[in-house]
Write a protein that binds this ligand. Structure first.
Ligand SMILES: Cc1ncc(C[n+]2csc(CCOP(=O)(O)OP(=O)(O)O)c2C)c(N)n1
Ligand SMILES: [Mg+2]
Length: 533
């Protein structure tokens, strides 16, 4: 056995089944060890996509996602996906294959210092050294999986990769545990909830990583708490729940802000401010924060109490308290939901972006997975979409990088072949990542790739309009759209111009082998009213 075999065996023992990346010569020993050792190497079109795919794999499988790149430009490309796992807190191992040890630090083609590159976007950046390989990889896995989860970078010099070893495959290293929140803090949070007349819970992205997401529903039901969520936390409780209020700080956010500011207590449950700071929306309402870390707030926020510790344990203890009541009525919540949802869909004679999003929702089975991207469509999707299951609504919001949607969908379909997966992205994001269409084709994935063709970087266009800048540098396409090409890289492409045609095209694409590109020619003028209202 040589060191690459040991690395692969250690990663496999941690539950890692595949790694995404792009090779160069010095990645070949690792790739060959993956082939021999039964960890799939998935070739992507761009290393950034490999990072996003690994991030989503980490979210969905419970083992860290693995991504692999060569030195220098491979590493810098990869960094965009690694940053995603850092701010969105997904467990990840990012592996760069480097020059021989005696060349590192010299002025040699492609070489830069990977540790300096990855330091600000990882939990640790470690060099793999002879004699300490198994232990280093096992520690990296444990660190990636310790809360707050995140990426760990490993650098592998080529001579180390090829060197023989007699190290044994190590047992998994223990993960660091978060201590339970103090009893006094939980008791006080319970009192504040019991004393509130109009409390609202807001669930955030730390809750995505709970061992038992059902505790969220139990706690809100126990204390009759209407609940909203951040973008990433959608689906942790089925949004059909009578206490559901929908998402905050996305399209028609003023509608949600008015309700939130009419509360007399906000209870953040796993609310990570990386998605949106409290001060953006909370106004004067007192805050109770239940999370794994101390809250990050501006001085304007009235913090009544925080309970910092293991989130599963905090919610289990809050659920065990006597039930509390408040003055909300189901009818009032239902009316709010209805008004919010209708404000998101301004009537129009044309085929609107909001109608396209509804059509995709109708075509995707309830428990199916949506992977989408970053733009005005993100805001619209987040507010409009109803998510019914945890891990069914895949987006980056902490990192908010364009380019997440398509590699995210590919990784989701690989991790959950049993579920229908749809990719729904803007035309700007498609232009950034369309090479990944070839990857979906090579893998034979059943995957409708719906592109919202609105001819603009619409989110930035809306911001230009709001700030009274002339429209400049934000148009993606000058001439009117005709028909899509017959195919992209051999993947059939169809153009649709109505909600019915889109729904039918998605249903059809979910029933065939292999991906389909569906270009929905939409009018997104309504974003000016619905997004950043
Ligand atoms: C890597 C990266 N570059 C730039 C941005 C800024 N940005 C956010 S949304 C957006 C436009 C996306 O365009 P498109 O995919 O067409 O979506 P739309 O806004 O039209 O819905 C841009 C440029 C970003 N978030 N990430
Ligand atoms: Mg667009």
């Amino acid at each position: 056995m040589n060191n690459v075999d040991l690395i692969v065996a250690t990663l496999k023992a941690a539950g890692i089944q595949r790694g995404f990346g792009i090779p160069s010569g010095n990645v070949l020993p690792l790739m060959e060890a993956m082939r021999r050792g039964g960890v799939d190497f998935v070739l992507t079109a761009h290393e950034g996509s490999a990072g996003f795919a690994a991030d989503v794999t980490g979210r969905l499988t419970g083992a860290p996602g693995l991504c692999i790149a060569t030195l220098g430009p491979g590493a810098t490309n990869l960094a965009t996906g690694v940053g995603c796992a850092f701010l969105d807190r997904s467990p990840m191992i990012a592996l760069t294959c480097d020059l021989n040890s005696d060349q590192i630090g010299r002025r040699i083609q492609m070489w830069i210092d990977h540790h300096t590159l990855f330091k600000p976007i990882t939990k640790a950046t470690l060099r793999l050294e002879r004699g300490r390989i198994g232990e280093t990889v096992a520690q990296a896995v444990a660190l990636a999986l310790s809360e707050p989860m995140g990426p760990v970078h490993l650098d592998l010099p080529e001579d180390v990769a090829l060197a023989p070893t007699n190290e044994a495959v190590p047992p998994p290293a223990p993960r660091a545990k978060i201590a339970p929140a103090p009893d006094g803090a939980i008791a006080r949070v319970g009192e504040l909830i019991a004393g509130a007349k109009r409390p609202i819970a807001v669930i955030g992205s730390s809750a995505m990583r709970m061992a038992d997401a059902a505790l969220l529903r139990q706690v809100v039901e126990r204390h009759s708490l209407p609940f909203a969520t951040t973008t990433m936390a959608k689906g942790l409780i089925d949004e059909d729940h009578p206490l559901a209020l929908g998402v905050i700080e996305r399209a028609c956010r003023q509608h949600q802000r008015r309700l939130l500011r009419s509360a007399d207590l906000i209870i953040g449950l796993g609310y990570d401010t990386v998605e949106v700071e409290y001060e953006a929306w909370i106004g004067d309402v007192p805050l109770v924060q239940v999370d794994i870390e101390a809250v990050d707030i501006a001085t304007s926020v009235k913090l009544a109490r925080q309970a910092t510790g293991d989130l599963d344990q905090s919610l289990a203890r809050l659920t065990a308290l006597p039930a509390s009541r408040n003055t909300w009525t189901e009818a009032a919540l239902a009316e709010h939901r209805q008004q919010f949802q209708s404000a998101l869909r301004p009537p129009s004679p044309s085929f609107t972006a909001h109608a396209a999003i509804d059509a995709v929702r109708r075509a995707l089975p309830r428990e199916g997975i949506l992977s989408f991207d970053v733009g005005a469509h993100t805001h619209q999707i987040a507010s409009q979409w109803s998510a019914h299951a945890p891990k069914s609504f895949l987006i980056t919001n902490g990192w908010s990088s364009m380019g997440f949607g398509l590699p995210g969908a590919i990784a989701a379909k690989l991790a959950r072949p049993d579920l229908a997966v749809v990719c729904l992205i803007g035309d700007g994001c498609f232009q950034m990542t369309c090479g990944e269409v070839a990857v979906a084709k090579r893998l034979g994935l059943t995957l409708p790739i719906v592109v919202l063709d609105d001819k603009w970087l619409a989110l930035i266009k809306v911001k230009q309009i709001r700030r009274q800048f002339p429209l400049y540098g934000t148009a993606l396409q000058e001439e009117d759209y005709r028909e899509p090409p017959a195919h992209y890289f051999g993947v059939p492409a169809v153009g649709v111009r109505s909600a019915d045609a889109l729904e039918a095209a998605v249903r059809k694409a979910l029933a065939v082998n292999g991906p389909t590109v569906i270009e929905a020619v939409v009018d997104s003028e309504h974003y000016v009213d619905t997004v950043y209202d």
